[in-house]
Design a protein around this ligand. Structure first.
Ligand code: GUN
Ligand code: ZN
Length: 438
């Protein structure tokens, strides 16, 4: 057992279950709490006065008297080669891909460029309080190599994969079924389970993969059953029509992925907006995860994710929340919660603040099947921690004057908060971001 190296004091909030089903027993809040860290893991969590009394003087203590200390945020769907695509004007999905994303991604065959952008991206996640993400690289194995190397250097727990794409894309961005298979296999062997890195087999979506490539993706998953699978599903109407034309034998979009063995509890499907009932059944019965990407779905004009439908007891779906940068418009999971709230409001649904913060911590950890490692502040978990400041801006501080409850404070944070509300971010017990002036 390592000796305690650091302790973080402040107002501690963590979840042990989903407030939507478990109510107020789902969260634990300590007004003057302390998190003790040893060997990159959480050793103890409790009342600060009692724990401080027995800590050796050598332990580094960071005190945030007003700060709200949460588990690091988790993003279940994001594209690192799109940091210079975010905020591209005026196109729906297929045109947006052609005009912007698939142009920019051609730069990522250059390992120097890939490393520089991966570094920027990981720093930006930390600045936004995000400590784990499921990340698409580009089609180039160099892009995944650079990403994992940068993530390993920072000791962040990341899930990532090289995109598989062998048709309906610029020639410079195509692999082949065989090459994509071999490159993915080599990356899995090199990176999956190395330190905190995890691999996701990543066919971009059905439109850009041949049947042979989807078949190869299924083989990779059977050969490496503890790897993830990530792809896009049912985001946009034209996309769905194109899939129908490319796979005329398939009953629906989801059954294309099902045919090749790509559904399952480690499979993450971005968007899932326009699903038919048969698709919900396939996703539900396989334990697959739908990633709700509100800023992206609004910005690219894709549609409104139906959370109530996803919770339908007939075919309940596991749901993760995600930014989907660069289709998404913010790296911040606080901004993402704000847009999720509005998407649900438009459908007469709701997102109470405690459920929202559960979603971006333990909820997303559960979506990734990583709840025994990350997503909560409990002894034995990896020490990924985000410290929030509800008074980060003049408007927030002013609004705080009328706030009386934890729920109200959380709702303010998710409605007005962004990277400015992140005071500090810790990754495996190391402080990797401190807000300047904070
Ligand atoms: N579908 C296929 N590729 C992409 C992508 O890069 N972004 C989004 N939002 N949808 C996609
Ligand atoms: Zn995406």
């Amino acid at each position: 057992m390592s000796k305690p190296s650091r302790a973080i004091r402040g107002r501690v909030l963590t979840f042990n279950d989903d407030p939507q089903t478990a109510g107020s027993a789902a969260h634990e809040f300590i007004e003057d709490g302390l998190i003790v860290i040893a060997g990159g893991h959480i050793a103890e969590v409790g009342e600060a006065p009692a724990l401080l009394a027995k800590l050796p003087d050598s332990v580094m203590l960071d005190h945030y008297p007003d700060g709200l200390i949460l588990p690091g945020f988790i993003d279940t769907h994001i594209h690192y080669p799109q940091t210079q695509v975010i905020a591209s004007y005026g196109a729906q999905l297929l045109d947006w891909l052609e005009r912007y994303a698939l142009v920019e991604e051609q730069r990522f065959g250059d390992p120097g460029h890939a490393a520089a952008v991966a570094g920027f991206f990981l720093d930006e996640l930390a600045r936004n309080g995000t400590t784990t993400a499921a990340v698409y690289c580009s089609v180039h194995p160099e892009s995944a190599e650079a990403f994992f190397a940068e993530s390993d250097r920072r000791n962040t727990r990341m899930v990532a994969g090289k995109v598989l794409m062998d048709r309906n894309a610029p020639a410079a961005l195509q692999d082949t079924a065989e090459r994509g298979y071999a490159q993915t296999k080599a990356l899995i062997e090199r990176w999956h389970g190395k330190g905190r890195q995890l691999y996701a087999v990543t066919p971009r979506f059905a439109i850009t993969s041949s049947e042979a490539q989807l078949e190869a993706a299924g083989v990779l998953l059977r050969e490496h059953p503890d790897c993830y699978m990530q792809t896009h599903l049912s985001e946009n109407r034209r996309e769905i029509e194109t899939v129908r034309a490319l796979f005329p034998w398939a009953e629906n979009y989801t059954s294309v992925y099902d045919r090749f063995g790509l559904l399952g509890p480690r499979s993450l499907f971005g968007h899932c907006i326009h699903l038919e009932e048969g698709e919900r059944r396939l996703l539900s019965e396989s334990g697959s995860v739908a990633a709700f990407c509100p800023t992206s779905n609004l910005f690219i004009g894709s549609g409104l994710f139906d959370l109530a439908k996803a919770r339908d007891p007939a075919f309940p779906l596991r749901v993760g929340l995600a930014t989907d940068v660069g289709g998404g418009t913010s790296y911040s999971l606080l901004r993402t919660l704000a847009e999720a709230y509005k998407v649900l409001q438009l459908q007469d649904q709701n997102l109470p603040a405690l459920e929202a913060f559960y979603a971006i911590t333990l909820g997303n950890a559960r979506a990734l099947g990583l709840e025994d490692r990350i997503g909560s502040l409990a002894p034995g978990r990896e020490a990924d921690v985000t410290v929030l400041d509800a008074k980060a801006t003049p408007a927030m501080a002013h609004r705080c004057e009328r706030i009386e409850t934890l729920e109200e404070e959380l709702f303010l944070l998710m409605t007005l908060g962004d990277d400015r509300a992140i005071s500090a971010t810790y990754i495996a017990g190391e402080r990797r971001h401190v807000r300047s002036g904070g």
